[in-house]
Design a protein around this ligand. Structure first.
Ligand code: IMP
Length: 427
């Protein structure tokens, strides 16, 4: 059985946790391939609600092995507290595997993230402040600390000292902050080594062997397509590749092994942090979407910006990820609107544009061109099949599918595990 990728088709927070969890029972490995504890998945199992930041949501499915791939950045203190929080609630986390090549978010990376944002003032990115960007910057600059470095004190010492030589200059001279003592950082990091040791493994080998043995491997993206460092709304993006290609580089599994790429698509649009968002609403409708959809960040507690569905973005996500399917989430949130606007194109400097403009300047000027679709007022949360949906809800889904360029294979009609309509099986 080949590998599947599940990723956000918009700006993140599309409800991936629910989708991965739905597949969890039939999946052998759930692998995160990028990002860190900037992500936030809420998974509802029975009457229990779990908020996960770093751990793959497969951690909640007993038969499944959760994996943190080499492309992820790991804050050990967050990881350990997430694990002990789950253990206290009776969840067995012993199967977790962490790549020895994953990079570590050090305390100084978190400091640099926060002070840089403060320094940028009005021009800030609105990061989650978790040290994600600075850790990836260190990785690319070849001064990063990897999980495997925790097991060689002399290498760890050299690397931390080298990194801090430069960072302390910046912190003290540019940002007017106190220098960070290398020995304290080293001591803290060494303190995590033994606690993490049982989980550290050659995940590249394990995943490729699993695929050879016909196991089902699910790659779970954090954030979303429009937050991708290469394909997103740069510079208002995260510092990794949530798009499908990231699943290969972030795990060491080749593209020929991937058979399905599933985009999670919310029935409307949200974004956190700064950056362009053509269908953003500043009126009562936006407020209503936020309230009904519970659009508040799992990680930061920030209110999400809300707007209508944007088909231009969905088409773009289909293209850059090679999507084979969509999982449409939160359709129930739209219940009660008489008419639902859907953005079908943009108007940029008086011209109609059907596709996402590659120019940042143009995208900043894009105004949504809306088509009005008739709404529905019936409760849809008990719908088990597509035909159980009211006619107008069916037509809304069909219209989105046609505009977005890939089949909608599942629909979320409520937050619970079983509140999903499966149209085509993902496996
Ligand atoms: P960073 O990932 O903390 O560097 O933040 C960069 C941008 O990505 C900011 O706009 C964040 O709000 C956004 N972001 C990061 N993680 C998520 C996520 O899981 N969902 C939605 N937005 C996110």
């Amino acid at each position: 059985m080949p590998a599947l990728v599940l990723l956000g088709a918009q700006w993140g927070d599309e409800g991936k946790g629910k989708a991965t969890d739905l597949l969890g029972g039939s999946v052998d490995y759930v692998v995160r391939y990028q990002g860190g504890n900037n992500a936030g998945h809420t998974v509802v199992v029975g009457d229990q609600k779990y908020a996960l930041h770093l751990l793959p949501s497969g951690i909640l499915s007993p038969g499944c092995t959760p994996v943190i791939g080499n492309g992820v950045v790991v804050d050990p203190s967050v990881l350990l507290s997430e694990l002990s929080g789950l253990n206290e609630r009776g969840v067995d986390t012993s199967k977790l595997l962490i790549s020895g090549n994953a990079h570590i978010i050090t305390p100084y990376n978190v400091t640099v993230d926060k002070v840089t944002e403060r320094f940028l003032g009005k021009r800030k990115i609105g990061t989650t402040g978790r040290g994600i960007g600075p850790t990836y910057a260190d990785k690319i600059n070849r001064v990063g600390i990897r999980v495997q470095d925790l097991y060689d004190e002399s290498i760890l010492t050299q690397k931390v000292e080298a990194a801090l030589d430069v960072k302390n200059q910046i912190l003290t001279k540019l940002y007017n902050r106190r220098a960070i003592a290398a020995d304290q950082v080293i001591e803290e990091l060494l303190g995590y080594a033994e606690k993490l040791r049982p989980y550290v493994a050659d995940t590249v080998l394990i995943l490729n062997q699993a695929l050879e043995q016909d196991k089902v491997v699910l790659f779970e993206g954090g954030q979303g397509t429009l937050l991708d460092i290469d394909h997103g709304t740069y510079p208002f993006v995260t510092s990794s590749n949530p798009t499908a290609g990231g699943a290969c580089t972030g795990t060491g599994v080749g593209p020929t092994k991937i058979s399905r790429v599933i985009g999670i698509l919310k029935a409307y649009t949200t974004r956190v942090g700064a950056g362009p968002f053509p269908t953003e609403l500043f009126d009562e409708d936006g407020e209503a979407l936020r309230r009904i959809g519970g659009e508040r960040g799992v990680t930061t507690g920030r209110d999400r910006r809300c707007g209508w569905f944007d088909a231009v973005i969905a088409r773009y996500a289909t293209r850059v990820n090679g999507l084979t399917d969509f999982f449409l989430t939160k359709l129930d949130v739209l219940t009660g609107w008489e008419q639902i606007p859907v953005c079908v194109a943009y108007e940029i400097d008086g011209k109609r544009v059907e596709e996402l403009p590659y120019s940042q300047t143009d995208f900043h000027h894009a105004k949504p061109v809306y088509e009005m679709l008739p709404g529905w007022s019936e409760d849809i949360s008990k719908a088990k099949s597509f035909s159980d949906l009211p006619k107008n809800a069916q037509n809304y889904v069909k219209a989105l599918e046609e505009m977005s360029g890939a089949p909608i294979s599942a629909i979320g009609v409520g937050p619970g595990r079983d509140e999903t309509i499966e149209i085509n099986s993902f496996l």
